[in-house]
Design a protein around this ligand. Structure first.
Ligand SMILES: NC(=O)c1ccc[n+]([C@@H]2O[C@H](COP(=O)([O-])OP(=O)(O)OC[C@H]3O[C@@H](n4cnc5c(N)ncnc54)[C@H](OP(=O)(O)O)[C@@H]3O)[C@@H](O)[C@H]2O)c1
Length: 287
């Protein structure tokens, strides 16, 4: 379906990410000029999940686009928690590495929490550790989980006033739903956080001025549930470029909506790269 006539309802994450990355390129040049050191992101990829490998390729390409170094540490399926922790400890101690990203999902039976907790706060550019999440909840500056942070940037870009609104977040994962709810609370929204045990989800969604779908189920949120004039952020990314919201029909109802692809995804990557440049500047004394 053509989206002509609806263009003013689409939140263009691709365009905003391009602008963010242009700013990052300048930050990186300044760090290099001041210190002679090129900021570097180390990505740890465990196992052989093709989707994870594709995300990692995209992130590495964006690093290189802005003049940053990108290191890839690949560990085979079957890697133990201890081996992974040791790998991350080496990166934590390496002065040439400024940001560490452990690509999730990490294959079972690895204790992913133990792995994330090994990333020191100064290099936790994906906001994956419990220390980062604690800071997000309390509104203390830190490197934040990239997907909700990218969403907050989109909301700001499109002048969505959150103060006093009812925001509904569906999904409570540590990297997305939970920090998202905290960030919205910190911007004075009244937040309902929903998950798979939530009763009367449909009714709750009907009351949302701002809806964030972060479930991972194609078109799970039906257009008929959405309040007319709501702002809808679709963080879901399912096979066939399908989001978590019944997008085509929702377009009729919403005031703003993120497309899939081209909404949340590019902003996640841009936030990661931006935070890595900031981490390098801080570690090299070039902030
Ligand atoms: N665009 C991006 O950059 C980006 C980045 C990260 C993730 N994503 C996408 O965002 C989606 C969510 O990712 P995630 O990592 O947060 O996933 P996740 O860890 O699997 O969490 C999914 C959440 O959805 C909830 N849920 C599942 N079925 C539900 C139902 N029937 N009703 C209500 N809630 C339900 C789960 O509830 P329980 O907690 O009760 O199980 C859980 O909290 C996925 O599509 C993923 O691909 C996109």
């Amino acid at each position: 379906m053509s989206h002509d006539g609806y263009a003013d309802k689409l939140m263009n994450g691709t365009a905003l990410a391009k602008r963010v990355l242009a700013g990052v390129r300048e930050k990186v040049s300044k760090v290099v000029a001041a210190t002679g050191v090129t900021p570097a992101l180390a990505t740890v990829l465990v196992g052989d999940d093709p989707a994870s490998a594709a995300y990692v390729r995209m992130k590495r390409r964006r690093c290189e686009d802005v003049g940053m170094k990108s290191l890839l540490i690949e560990s085979p399926r079957g890697t133990t928690t201890e081996q992974l922790v040791r790998e991350i400890e080496k990166l934590a101690e390496d002065d040439a590495v400024h940001g560490i990203l452990l690509q999730h999902p990490v294959p079972k039976p690895i204790d992913r929490r133990a792995a994330f907790e090994t990333i020191p706060l100064a290099k936790d550019v994906d906001g994956a550790s419990s220390a980062a999440l604690g800071r997000v909840i309390l509104g203390i500056p830190t490197f934040v989980p990239c997907t909700p942070a990218g969403i907050m940037r989109l909301l700001l870009e499109y002048s969505v006033d959150l103060d006093g609104t009812h925001a509904v977040v569906i999904g409570r994962s540590p990297i997305l739903g939970r920090p998202m709810a905290s960030m919205l609370i910190n911007r004075h929204a009244t937040v309902t956080l929903c998950h798979s045990r939530t009763r009367n989800l449909e009714d709750i969604v009907r009351g949302a001025d701002v809806l964030i779908a972060a479930i991972g189920r194609p078109e799970f949120v039906r257009a008929g549930w959405i309040k007319p004039g709501a702002v809808v952020i679709d963080a879901g990314y399912n096979a066939g470029n399908v989001g978590d919201v019944e997008f085509e029909l929702a377009l009729e109802t919403v005031s703003l909506i993120t497309p899939v692809p081209g909404g949340v995804g590019p902003m996640t990557i841009a936030t990661l790269i931006d935070q890595t440049a900031d981490a390098a500047a801080a570690q090299l004394g070039a902030s």
